[in-house]
Design a protein around this ligand. Structure first.
Ligand code: ATP
Ligand code: MG
Length: 190
């Protein structure tokens, strides 16, 4: 499972990982769009409103249809739809909010949609939700800031090889931005 705030690099890393492992790649965002597993768009942000129950059932079908097979399931709600029993490791990909801001802006995010995502990254939302669901022992948090995707993917492969979960708390964006005096810039926008 690969989760994390939009724009941190999940899809890029998932492709590399699936290729290296010979695993099937499941891009949840793409699956939701292709199979219409949503209830339309949020009128304020334009993001698709995903029905997590429906998506969970669909993911379970995909897992069950490949007994013994290896899947890489990625998306920012991946940690909400993959059952614990099916999980080898849950990667929570992190990126410095200052770098993430540029990536999301280049992608056309602005206003509420931009700042909600940056705030979610600063406040460890995906990490907290993933730990709550799976427990720390299945979590491998990885900081992709300023790193080559191939390098991050290699780290993930070796973590899988040794099943080394329990890696939580590797970044502190809140402390970093506070120290720099830029925290309020990320929270004044809403
Ligand atoms: N390690 C990296 N270093 C620098 N840029 C990267 C890295 N990984 C990905 N990127 C770039 O960051 C952008 C976002 O990456 P990607 O689409 O993989 O993110 P994502 O987490 O899948 O986003 P979403 O949740 O919206 O699907 C892309 O333009 C990608 O080329
Ligand atoms: Mg993606």
């Amino acid at each position: 499972v690969i989760t994390g705030t939009p724009g941190v690099g999940k899809s890029t890393l998932a492709r590399l990982l699936a290729e290296e492992l010979g695993a099937e790649l499941v891009d949840l965002g793409e699956l939701v769009e292709r199979e219409g597993l949503h209830e339309g768009e949020d009128p304020e942000t334009g993001s698709l409103l995903v029905d997590l129950d429906v998506l969970s059932k669909r993911v379970l079908e995909l897992i069950s249809s490949r007994p013994g097979g290896l899947l890489v399931v990625e998306g920012h709600y991946a940690h909400e739809v993959v059952p614990r029993e099916a999980v080898l490791l849950v990667f929570v990909v992190r990126r410095d909010p200052r770098e993430l801001k540029g990536i999301l802006e280049r992608r056309g995010y602005s206003g509420r949609k931009l700042y909600e995502n940056l705030q979610a990254e600063i406040l460890d939302v995906c990490l907290t939700e993933a730990v709550r669901r799976y427990g720390e022992e299945l979590i491998y948090e990885v900081d992709a800031t300023g790193r080559d995707a191939g390098d991050v993917a290699s780290e993930m492969i070796s973590a899988l090889g040794s099943r080394s979960g329990g890696r939580v708390g590797v970044v502190d964006w809140l402390g970093l931005l506070e120290e720099e005096g830029s925290l309020s810039e990320f929270f004044s926008e809403l």
